[in-house]
Design a protein around this ligand. Sequence first.
Ligand code: NDP
Length: 291
Amino acid sequence: MELIDGNVIAAKIIAELKAEVASFPGRKPCIALVRVGEDPASVSYVKKKEKTAVEIGITSRVILPPITITQADLFKLLDELNADPTVDGILVQSPLPKHMDEVAVFRRVSAAKDVDGFNTLNLGKIAQEDPTGFVSCTPAGIMELLARSGVDLKGKHVVVLGRSLIVGKPVALLALQKKAGANGTVTVCHSQTSNLPAITRQADVLIAAIGRAEFVTAAMVKPGAVVIDVGINRVADATKKTGYRLTGDVHFPTVSPLASKITPVPGGVGPMTVAMLMKNTVKAFRLQAAQ
Ligand code: NDP
């Protein structure tokens, strides 16, 4: 079994971006990080994004509206950022408070600054295989992890567990694309799928993104499969200072001996998501500068 180390691969991408940003004369790329409220996971994700931006030389502007902000006022804020020529990328940290329509907020971010890749236009560009779009960061990170680990999906049966807009659907479309590294035969499973283990056992490459701690067991995995664990789940653990530990959607102790390659949690897909956000921000800057 080979461990796919997301920290090592993300560090390489960050170093590449740092060199690229250093080569830009004058203004540097800028990302606006919008976090509504104080959700503890969101607080730590935005901190990590800010820290990584600084490391690369990307300017970050952190904006922290209170949880009581109305959707209309959040739209106003996004409109200002959309119109600001010194802002290249905008990220609105998910989840948003219950009184907001998350998809409507994603649509409000200008497609040219949508470095999170959730705007309708950018999701559509994945289906159209248009490279000018922004691919959402976790799916893009999964594809990059596979490519940099020497996994070619051509002719492989790729089974995606989960059909969310954030992970499952876009990663399924990316694996299906008619281009080098992709060309997979893709099956997408969800909560209404019958006989799930029989399908996952057929996977040459299994991508688990369901948000259920250690759901995928050895009985669900074909020996030799590549396993990508997207899940980040907090499980109560009294031995930890925080009172919890992080686990993936895969039961790592029993699945890892079977897999040919596998990502750990933490340290697999997570660091890649942040690296790809930065990559998209640099791309947005380049595209804006070329106009
Ligand atoms: P969602 O909750 O939006 O989607 C979960 C998907 O899994 C749904 O399609 C759901 O089916 C399906 N599902 C849930 N339970 C089952 C089940 N028992 N059997 C089969 N399918 C099931 O989650 P996300 O896609 O946003 O996130 C998935 C996981 O990935 C989470 O743990 C999240 O924390 C993590 N994540 C990690 C990131 C990273 O950077 N590493 C980034 C984003 C997410 P249905 O559609 O029928 O409801």
